[in-house]
Design a binder for this molecule. Structure first.
Ligand SMILES: [Zn+2]
Length: 143
């Protein structure tokens, strides 16, 4: 994952928020439970909305390079159109300023979207069916 920065996890069991390590982010990405580093409970992200948001982070990582390309292209085009006399110097400056402003706003929004805290729930251990059957069998045997 390229978007490992700024993602935190909140353990619902011990109520501690911690920075998620790349391997923990990978575990979440493949929906694999992992241990809480503080209370050792097995945690997983079972909120579908947060999981969707988390999986969309990869797209946000592409925003920065594509915005850099787009902004430079617009700046060059504005410069060239000014050189060939299609727009005035003021016009060129206006276009450049608006594009730079838009560039920083988009990056700010992307950074804001990437900073998130995942609410991790402790997994309730599920008893295997065989064990349940054995318990049931033992109970029946006692009667
Ligand atoms: Zn914990």
């Amino acid at each position: 994952m390229t978007t490992a920065v700024g993602i935190k996890g909140h353990c619902a069991h011990c109520d501690i928020t911690f920075e998620l390590k790349p391997w923990q982010l990978n575990a979440i990405a493949i929906e694999e439970p992992f241990d809480c580093p503080y209370c050792q409970r097995v945690l997983e992200l079972n909120c579908p909305r947060q999981l969707r948001h988390f999986k969309a982070l990869d797209h946000w990582a592409l925003v920065r390079p594509s915005m850099a390309v787009l902004t430079s292209m617009v700046l060059i085009v504005a410069l060239v159109t000014e050189w060939v006399g299609l727009i005035s110097v003021i016009g060129q400056l206006n276009v450049s300023l608006v594009v730079l402003l838009a560039h920083f706003l988009v990056l700010r929004y992307a950074r804001h979207r990437q900073r998130m805290t995942l609410n991790l729930q402790a997994v309730i251990p599920v008893l295997p069916i065989e064990q349940l059957a054995r318990i049931a069998g033992a109970r029946l045997g006692q009667q």
